[in-house]
Design a protein around this ligand. Structure first.
Ligand code: PLV
Length: 347
């Protein structure tokens, strides 16, 4: 009885009063080494082994913590606080990391962020500001606050330190696959392009630049696809997709430059919101894991038969080596949100 009480008490103390000791003895990094799971059902669909890099199981609910943890370690140690603009998940990562570092966090989100995300950010101890309609509006405010309040600005996708942090997921996946296996292709979602840049960086670090990347977006949150088609970065008029966490109006310059690089194969593809939602639902049914629409875009590459089509078109090799799917995760989803999306997208 006494020991249970003490356990609860010490937990409570650790959570609410991070001591100066806790600040000094922080672990090497904030992210976890996530599982690499083989999916039998998805493998059957694609005709090659599908491996899922389960970034949904990160403490902040998505891969974002890799890059943001790395960036904050480098830039925010002496800071009086951090400010991050976000569709939701970058904010969750920044709030988590700031709490662990004993720093205040301000997260600026657009009005399109679901109420539940705002609640989760507040539960992490962050101050939340709701500014504008899309991420770009929120970002302008975050930059202003960084300037006027002297806070450390944490970008959600456009910074080399973020890409370095994200690259660790590829090194981990390679370690899980073992020395004799390399992926036939990697599937990622693209919002502002930070994840894509991290994956490219990770492949480069391993000398795997010949591994093609399938870069997935939804129609209406497709700034990377628009840039690839135009041959230059393009600013979308609006974000009309429900995959709000893919909703940057302009892709970062580095992601665009990688798309033009002859050393790399990056295949940019789109799915509809309906297809992304169907992927989220199928993934929940078959793998028992709930992810948000932003992640559904990547999963839809498997569930819509896109990978097979790319093989038929000769844009991916046949036979194809193991397919590495980055399950980027996301916390902007719960059962209520899922049923709202169903109603919205099925009428
Ligand atoms: N979300 C960013 C940008 O939003 C954010 O603020 O959270 N998958 C999930 C679950 C994401 O949350 C994001 C980005 C992506 C994929 C795409 O990553 P990116 O932006 O690095 O390409 C506007």
């Amino acid at each position: 009885m006494i020991s249970i009480y003490w356990f609860k008490m010490s937990n409570y103390l650790a959570v609410f009063w991070p001591s100066s000791d806790a600040r000094c003895t922080m672990a090497e990094h904030f992210h976890l080494n996530t599982p690499l799971l083989e999916s039998v059902r998805m493998s059957r669909r694609v005709g090659t082994t599908v491996y899922l890099k389960m970034e949904n199981s990160q403490p902040s609910g998505s891969f974002k913590i890799r890059g943001i943890g790395h960036l904050c370690r480098q830039l925010a140690r002496q800071s009086k606080g951090v400010v991050c603009s976000s569709g939701g998940n970058a904010g969750m990562a920044a709030a988590y990391v700031a709490r662990k570092m004993g720093l205040p966090a301000t997260i600026v989100v657009p009005s399109s962020s679901p109420r539940m995300v705002i609640q989760r950010l507040q539960d992490e101890g962050a101050a939340v500001k709701i500014i504008g309609k899309v991420w770009d509006d929120a970002n302008a405010e975050a930059l202003r606050l960084a300037e006027t309040e002297g806070l450390t600005y944490v970008p959600p996708f456009d910074h080399p330190l973020l890409w370095q942090g994200h690259a660790t997921m590829i090194a981990e996946a390679a370690a899980s696959l073992g020395p004799s296996v390399r992926p036939g292709a990697v599937v990622v979602s693209v919002g502002g392009g930070g994840l894509l840049c991290g994956v490219v960086q990770g492949l480069k670090d391993l000398g795997w630049t010949d591994v093609p990347i399938v870069a997935m977006e939804t129609v209406g949150a497709d700034c990377f696809n628009a840039a690839v088609r135009a041959g230059r970065t393009v600013t979308l008029d609006d974000i009309t997709s429900e995959a709000k966490c893919l909703g940057a109006k302009t892709v970062c310059k580095q992601a665009f430059e990688y798309s033009q690089c002859s050393e790399l194969t990056i295949i940019s593809e789109l799915v509809t919101d309906q297809q992304a939602l169907h992927a989220v639902e199928t993934f929940l049914d078959e793998e028992r894991v709930l992810v948000e629409m932003a992640c559904g875009a990547a999963l839809a590459a498997v569930y819509t038969g896109l990978i097979r089509r790319l093989q038929d078109e000769g844009r991916l090799p046949t036979p194809l080596g193991p397919l590495l799917v980055i399950v980027c995760g996301g916390c902007s989803v719960d059962m209520e949100q899922l049923s709202d999306l169903r109603n919205k997208l099925r009428t």
